[in-house]
Design a protein around this ligand. Structure first.
Ligand SMILES: [Zn+2]
Ligand SMILES: [Zn+2]
Length: 349
């Protein structure tokens, strides 16, 4: 299912030629591919900076989208550590390999020409995906292939976001947005240092799901004013200090504002969601509270390896809401766009 022109539905391309991997590359038969909110931005062709400003996504069309890939190795060089038939999860955030970030293993922040699968190179909305190097495959034996697919983006991003919060015991974390990422972040946070976890969303059914997954407190931010939520968050933290960290998985002015106003002294706000806009934040509170506001984009290959280890132990399992046939990718994207996905929607080839 290919993106052929900006803003248009994906198009089914029927090809009978199987790509042949060159030396070092690997060919993976896609089992499942997660449908990510980023795909909606990629289809639109731009990211929203607010005040009418946009930046282009920089895609070269046509391209096959899909970056949350679980699959089975179809063809791999004999000297690779994995074998044909092995089940894998694919690390899609592949950099140029030679820039300053790539040589320090921060390929997700590549400053050269990134080769992100499903963004700049053909991805997993397909029967097969060609992976530039076998080292981007993590063995996913012992993980349900449905649960393995979302690890490559929503799982990875939730994992690295929680890691950036540097939570200690007795800390409180606010998670804003209980969709595909937020629901994984709740599990990761509770299974790591087990902080108090509060979740805010505008949808009661998503909040119910967050509670089932271990959230201690939930807030409906459509029904409760920001001031009231921040007051209640203070009330549940020791010495009314406010939350120690907040992760904004939505990324609109209202959610970033809620996150910023909820963190206490020395707190951390991690902005992850790409919905966009421009936030107005009281600047004096940055120094007065000594807070830090970070952005987080996906994660590193090492993060994925660590996350896969946790998933193998059964400590984190992405919530899969439904599975659509690959050729129904547009319907799946529409459903996500309407905010109706309760967890991750997958495509199945
Ligand atoms: Zn994604
Ligand atoms: Zn690079």
């Amino acid at each position: 299912m290919r993106l052929v022109s900006d803003g248009k539905p994906l198009e089914l391309l029927v090809s009978t030629d199987l790509p042949r991997p060159a030396k070092g590359e690997a060919l993976v038969k896609v089992d499942y591919c997660g449908v990510c909110h980023t795909d909606l931005h990629l289809i639109e062709g731009s990211y929203n900076l607010g005040n009418g400003k946009k930046i282009p996504t920089g895609l070269h069309l046509p391209v096959t989208l899909g970056h949350e890939i679980s699959g089975t190795i179809e063809d791999i060089s004999p000297d690779a550590k994995l074998r044909k038939g092995d089940r894998v999860v694919v690390y899609p955030w592949i950099g140029c390999g030679s820039c300053r970030k790539c040589v320090t293993a921060l390929e997700n922040l590549c400053e050269g020409k990134p080769r992100f699968l499903g963004v700049f190179l053909d991805g997993g909305y397909s029967d097969y995906v060609l992976v530039p190097d076998a080292r981007y495959l993590e063995s996913a034996e012992d993980i349900d292939p449905k649960q393995a697919a979302p690890l490559g983006c929503s799982g990875l991003t939730a994992f690295s976001s929680v890691r950036k919060c540097n939570l200690g015991q007795d800390d409180t974390l606010l998670i804003i947005g209980a969709g595909g990422l937020g629901t994984i972040a709740v599990q990761i946070a509770k299974k790591s240092t087990s902080p108090r976890v509060a979740v805010a969303d505008i949808d009661d059914s998503k909040l119910d799901l967050a509670k089932k997954l271990g959230a201690d407190y939930v807030f409906n931010s459509a029904k409760t004013p920001e001031r009231e939520i921040t007051a209640q968050l203070k009330a549940i933290t020791p010495n009314s200090r406010g939350v120690d960290a907040a992760i904004d998985f939505v990324g609109i002015p209202a959610t970033t504002s809620l996150g910023f106003r909820s963190i206490g002294k020395g707190g951390t706000l991690v902005v992850v969601g790409l919905t966009g806009g421009t936030a107005e934040l009281p600047l004096a509170l940055f120094p007065l509270r000594g807070v830090q506001v970070l952005g987080n984009f996906t994660g590193t290959l090492k993060d994925l390896a660590n996350l896969v280890d946790i998933a193998k132990k059964g400590l984190v399992s992405p919530v899969v809401s439904e599975v659509y046939p690959l050729e129904d990718a547009n319907a799946a994207l529409d459903k996500l766009n309407r905010g109706e996905a309760r967890g991750r929607i997958l495509l199945k080839t």
